[in-house]
Design a protein around this ligand. Structure first.
Ligand code: NAD
Ligand code: MG
Length: 332
């Protein structure tokens, strides 16, 4: 498998045995996740990852990360945990690829058990994520199904709660994005598809999850720079991201007194299957991310730690916030 945890068990035990303060302070269950950071010079973010021009490529929706060229980096070999989410139980929609996979890997290595949802066509990507969660020594649950159905969203939450023995982190990350040059090209069926996936599903999932969420729990929505600075070809998608940013802020006010935090992540252009399966034109793909000050798209791995930060105990005063990661394009 090409996504093995790079450190062997012996190396991890060695790091703990060498008396690292971080390892000594972590609970026993989290120690296996704690790894020594190697000393190295900082990496230049402009040259850290592939830059445009990219090869033209297209996959049928929803696309597979495993078939992209270059393959996205979700932190498979790089993310190091330090017990920040020890014992937590997380549900991540769209956890098979992209930002959702980066969050799933990071959460598991931080000590959380993780359930992921994805579409049945994404089974090959989901299997890789399950193997990575297990390699981190955590419980992984794979729950395929279509979020456009309310009954499925309810079942998803039920299965996650039952399978994990509770729930305290909900990441509503799944999304539908299709480029359309004109509003006249968007059928009612297409519009409905985008709304159901991006707006209704989080509404249904959060309603189903709320009775299970204790004080200290965390809800995270994936919004976008599109919420603030919409592209002309993403008329329907961009407004769902504005709605996501908005529900994060309204729910944070509603659920704050109950001790439940609600935050959002706003990525800029990130190299994921959504972009190569109808989310962007071939012209845009070739130049993807080149307009950012860093001159390249982000990789999902560069956002994993944001999902960790928003869920972690030490971010206990952060609610109603939207954290951006857009290579310098400045939104939010
Ligand atoms: P991705 O293709 O890896 O992830 C999207 C996931 O959504 C898919 O893996 C799929 O499992 C899930 N999904 C879509 N429709 C579904 C349905 N009907 N039922 C169940 N699952 C469904 O791409 P990504 O870019 O990582 O997307 C994750 C989130 O990030 C999305 O909300 C997207 O809008 C947002 N986002 C992406 C970018 C970007 O440039 N890639 C930028 C800003 C925001
Ligand atoms: Mg996917």
């Amino acid at each position: 498998m090409d996504h093995e945890n790079p450190l062997s068990r012996r190396q991890i035990v060695g790091a703990v045995g060498s008396g690292l303060a971080v390892a000594a302070a972590a609970p026993a269950s989290a120690q296996a996740q704690t790894q020594a950071a190697p000393a190295s010079a900082p990496t230049n973010p402009t040259s850290k990852y592939p830059k445009p021009p990219f090869k033209r490529q297209s996959q049928p929706w929803p696309g597979l990360a495993g078939r992209m060229d270059p393959k996205p980096d979700h932190g498979e070999t790089s993310y190091r945990g330090s017990g920040r989410l020890a014992g937590r139980k997380a549900l991540i929609t769209g956890g098979d690829s992209g930002m959702g996979r980066a969050a799933a890997i990071a959460y598991a290595r931080e000590g959380a058990d993780v359930a992921i949802n994805y579409l049945p066509d994404e089974e090959p990507d989901a299997r890789e994520v399950m193997a990575l969660i297990k390699a981190a020594g955590r419980t992984g649950l794979a729950i395929p199904g279509d979020l456009r159905e309310e009954a499925f969203c309810q079942r998803l939450v039920d299965e996650a709660v039952r399978g994990l023995g509770g729930l305290d982190i909900v990441v509503c990350n799944a999304g539908r994005q299709q480029t359309h040059a004109s509003i006249l090209d968007i059928t009612t069926e297409q519009f409905d598809w985008t709304m159901k996936t991006n707006i209704y599903a989080p509404f249904w999932i959060i309603k189903a999850a709320l009775p299970h969420l204790r004080p200290g729990s965390s809800i995270i929505g994936t919004t976008s720079e599109q919420a603030y600075d919409p592209s002309p070809d993403l008329y329907d998608y961009a407004q769902t991201k504005a709605a996501t940013m908005n529900y994060v802020k309204s729910l944070a006010k509603q659920l704050g007194p109950k001790g439940i935090r609600v935050n959002g992540v706003a990525p800029g252009p990130v190299w994921t299957p959504l972009q190569v399966s109808g989310g962007a034109t071939q012209e845009k793909l070739e130049k993807f991310g080149g307009m950012t000050p860093l001159g390249r798209p982000g990789q999902p791995a560069e956002l994993g730690s944001i999902y960790v930060q928003l869920a972690a105990e030490d971010a206990s005063f952060a609610t109603g916030q939207v954290y951006g990661s857009a290579g310098g394009s400045g939104q939010p």
